[in-house]
Design a protein around this ligand. Structure first.
Ligand code: IMP
Length: 183
């Protein structure tokens, strides 16, 4: 099923599957020997398929949690506000190694603020794994610790990523035609 609203398929479901296998293996090597069970924190809603496919390949126990956040930024001052729509308990974070699971890192605003907030609430360490990274759009000094694919400066949808709530269920990542979002 290739939707007419797409310019092209950027990453096929086979490519996603095999890359997730590799990244899950690397993360399992890094997190497999921790004393305490790490908290794997999905950022809703874009992480849904990625979270599920990635964590089912981990070779170590995890605590599964999700947050929903929205970021508003002042690009000039490099400051922003993080609105928390769905939160987790502080007691879950205290002295815990946290792995954030994100769909895409764009300007980096969401992740820089989320990471700061988790550390200020007591997390022992915070790392980031992202399905996609759009480095051309970066405005904040943050890099994911693990990344599956770098993508060009185009609006992408599918495999969890949306435009106005649509396209999240596509099994691949595609480039949305400009005419769809520039109407
Ligand atoms: P950032 O705070 O600018 O890094 O934005 C991160 C959020 O913007 C992601 O979690 C996505 O929800 C959204 N986003 C950024 N680029 C895209 C895209 O190309 N397609 C769909 N959502 C995107």
């Amino acid at each position: 099923m290739i939707t007419q609203e797409l310019e092209e398929v950027l990453i096929t479901s086979t490519e996603i599957d095999s890359r997730i296998k590799q990244v899950a293996k690397t993360i399992s090597m890094d997190y497999g020997h921790l004393e305490n069970t790490p908290l794997v924190l999905g950022v809703l809603t874009g992480c849904i398929h990625f979270y599920s496919d990635l964590t089912r390949r981990f070779k170590f126990p995890i605590i599964t949690e999700f947050m929903a956040v929205s970021s508003y930024g002042d690009m000039i001052e490099s400051t922003g506000r993080l609105e928390i729509i769905k939160d987790i308990k502080d007691s879950l974070l205290l002295n815990r190694d946290v792995l954030i699971v994100e769909d895409i890192v764009d300007t980096g605003l969401t992740l820089i603020m989320l990471k700061q907030m988790l550390i200020s609430r007591g997390a022992k360490s915070v790392k980031i794994v992202t399905l996609l990274d759009k480095p051309a759009k970066r405005k904040f000094d943050i890099e994911p610790d693990y990344c599956c694919f770098k993508v060009p400066d185009k609006f992408v949808v599918g495999y969890g990523l949306d435009y106005k709530g649509l396209y999240r269920n596509l099994p691949y990542v595609g480039v949305l035609k400009e005419e769809i979002y520039k109407e």
